[in-house]
Design a binder for this molecule. Structure first.
Ligand code: PLP
Length: 317
């Protein structure tokens, strides 16, 4: 039997841990409690091997989620995509209820309300070599950080994009549908964006059609139609993308998914990109071509935020 004193000490330790979390956040430091494999550890205890194949080869998958008022938005869709990404590379991920519980515990331990949550599953530790069977157990990590909102001015005025020279991986190379740890393709495009003073880069596929951003899906208004590259352009099936398409259709905006050229994008009347953390981000410039933040973008963002509120109300326990 545990002694009462020991229990008090453990509660005190836990409380001081939570206090430490706040101090970390106030100091602008990263996260404090991390779910690693099958338990919660502090960030200084969270260690993975240098022989982890995620580190050695980018062999693994991940998901980024956002919570609003303690509710993980579109949780089922993210867990489903995690499983799908893992299946593509024949990686074992823990069952959905285990992952969901790990996320819940991580948010609770860190006392977070509006958070950025990342789930990472790598092939795990093993001897050198590409054979996935060298790694008996995947490494599973969940961490969460307070969500730092992007500046309001970005939503009001839009952000700058460039058309990158770096092409998106072909579907029959590393399929962009796999949300993988192998991010060099996108990092190369991001470097181009940074070099040219932009926030995000639009990548074309090998056929020269618009694919997606480095961390986002691309939408544009042209001839009163909302256009976006179809999945067969070779893109990640963004969860925000799917919601925006559905919201647009339900609210009388015609949507066309297809193969589009850079000229189409440059002739658009409005452009925005989507992802879990940005929601709908208006674009003010692509290369030297300016855009206004238009009515359709604002309307869709309003609908998106209403959807978040409905979701949070429905899923709050
Ligand atoms: C390459 C890429 N495309 C699109 C997206 C948008 O996906 P979601 O809306 O599911 O966040 C992301 C998200 O990080 C991404 O990395």
């Amino acid at each position: 039997m545990r002694r009462a004193g020991a229990r008090d000490a453990s509660i005190a330790k836990k409380k001081s841990g939570v206090h430490n979390v706040r101090q970390h956040i106030e100091r602008g430091e990263t996260m404090a409690y991390i779910f690693l494999d099958n338990r919660m550890v502090t960030d200084s205890e969270a260690r993975i091997s240098v022989f982890d194949h995620g580190f050695l080869y980018g062999d693994g998958v991940y998901e980024t989620m956002r919570t609003y008022d303690q509710v993980v938005f579109m949780r089922e869709q993210h867990l489903e995509r995690l499983s799908r990404s893992a299946a593509f590379i024949r990686l074992k991920v823990p069952p959905d209820d285990f992952v969901a519980e790990a996320v819940r515990q991580t948010l609770a331990a860190n006392g977070l309300t509006d958070a950025y949550v990342r789930i990472t599953v790598s092939r795990g530790k093993g001897p050198l070599g590409l054979d996935p069977d060298l790694c008996p157990e995947p490494t599973f990590v969940v961490f969460a950080q307070e969500f730092r909102r992007y500046p309001e001015s970005w939503y009001r005025d839009g952000v700058r994009l460039v058309l990158a020279g770096t092409r998106r991986n072909p579907v029959d190379a590393v399929n962009p549908r796999i949300k993988s740890l192998n991010f060099l393709n996108n990092i190369l495009a991001k470097i181009e964006a940074k070099d040219r003073g932009a926030l995000e880069a639009v990548m074309l596929n090998e056929g020269g059609y618009i694919a997606e951003g480095t961390i986002s899906n691309i939408f544009f208004m042209q001839e009163g139609i909302l256009r976006t590259p179809s999945l067969d352009a070779g893109i990640l099936d963004g969860i925000t993308r799917a919601l925006v398409i559905s919201l647009a259709r339900r609210n009388g905006i015609r949507v066309e998914e297809g193969l589009f050229l850079p000229e189409d994008l440059l002739q658009a009347t409005e452009v925005f990109y989507t992802n879990t953390t940005s929601e709908i981000m208006p674009v003010s410039m692509i290369d030297q071509r300016p855009f206004v933040v238009g009515e359709a973008t604002r309307f869709l963002h309003r609908l998106y935020r209403e959807e978040v509120v409905k979701y949070v109300e429905a899923f709050r326990r």
